[in-house]
Design a protein around this ligand. Structure first.
Ligand code: CO
Length: 333
């Protein structure tokens, strides 16, 4: 049984000088403090304290051994997306970040699967870069769930997703740049409330705007954090679709008809929530995801899966690794 964590972050070593290529207010770089800790920086501002596995593959692999995780899909930290930059600057930046992620994962190529990032503010450029990155060794693409006011149901972003399907490039969607931030700037509420709402918004937006009708079924799409608040409130959307014309005007089928068109990770932390998630999504659509190595991640990877008494052994194995092997095509490697 191979255990695969599909939601694990890296912040490769990047200097402030390198981050200046973005040319904007967001200037993400890493201050390494030498005692196993560091500081994610945004320009001269301290953004968040972090631990060495975020940039040190050796320490990550030691943690993976301790926790029985065989493989991680490695995605950048959303602060690095660079969506606010002018596209050519963002291209240069994404190339730099993607190269660093490849270098990082090359330290254990059979255990660390690199995911690239792309300048989603320019969908043609993003598609070109996703193809190029896949050819260079990236195993999928990691995107934010929106670019400013453009959500995943935007026509251009839908084209980008169709391109990924056509090229068989798996897509991991991570919430970021949370809505209502001005009301959630305390107690990490932007992470605790805003993030699940962002993901819920993305999934429902795609369902109700008919995006899945325009996308091939072969698209490999996974939403982080268990799809946010989506699964818990699918019944609300379903009821609305049936009883309000304005809700169903762009989608020929109710939301539940599209549930099998995407995956979610297992990062819901509570076996009761995981049980509901598996009932809504199907055991073949949920994959271990932890948010490693951040404090808001599942500290014992797979704990909620192993403690969910209602799952059969087969379902547990699928969620811990079998589904991810199919999603990332690692059976063939
Ligand atoms: Co995350």
């Amino acid at each position: 049984m191979t255990v695969i964590d599909v939601h694990a972050h890296v912040f490769p070593r990047l200097s402030q000088a390198e981050a200046r290529v973005l040319g904007g207010p967001v200037e993400p770089w890493l201050r390494v403090l030498g005692d196993g800790t560091g500081m994610m920086m945004n320009g001269d501002q301290e953004y968040r304290p972090v631990r060495a596995p975020l940039w040190d593959a050796e320490q990550r692999l030691a943690d993976m051994d301790t926790f029985g995780v065989d493989t991680q899909a490695i995605s950048s930290t959303p602060l690095l997306f660079g969506y606010g930059a002018e596209p050519e600057r963002a291209r240069e930046w994404c190339e730099l970040v993607n190269d660093r992620i490849l270098d990082y994962c090359a330290q254990a190529p059979d255990r660390l699967l690199p995911l690239c990032q792309v300048p989603l503010q320019d969908v043609a450029l993003a598609a070109e870069m996703a193809t190029k990155a896949a050819a260079a060794g990236h195993r999928g693409v990691h995107i934010g769930n929106h670019v400013g006011s453009l959500d995943l149901d935007d026509a251009g972003i839908t084209d980008f997703l169709a391109h990924c399907a056509e090229q068989d490039i798996p897509v991991l969607v991570h919430p970021w740049d949370m809505l209502g931030a001005e009301r959630m700037n305390h107690h990490m509420l932007a992470w605790l409330v805003g993030m699940p709402a962002e993901t819920h918004l993305s999934i429902l937006g795609m369902m109700l705007s008919g995006s899945f009708e325009r996308l091939p079924e072969s698209l490999k799409l996974c939403f982080c954090h268990g799809g946010g608040s989506f699964a818990y409130l699918l019944g609300r959307a379903e009821n609305a679709w049936h009883h309000r014309h304005v809700v169903r005007s762009d989608s020929p089928k109710p939301p539940s008809a599209y549930v099998r068109r995407f995956h979610v990770d297992s990062a819901v932390f509570d076996p009761r929530a995981l049980r509901l998630l598996v009932e809504v999504m199907g055991a073949d659509r949920v994959m271990l995801g932890t948010d490693y190595p951040f404090p808001l991640g599942e500290q014992q990877p797979g704990e909620a899966i192993r403690n969910c008494a209602e799952l059969s052994e087969l379902e547990r194995d699928l969620i811990l690794g079998g589904n991810a092997m199919r999603f990332f095509g690692t059976e063939a490697s």
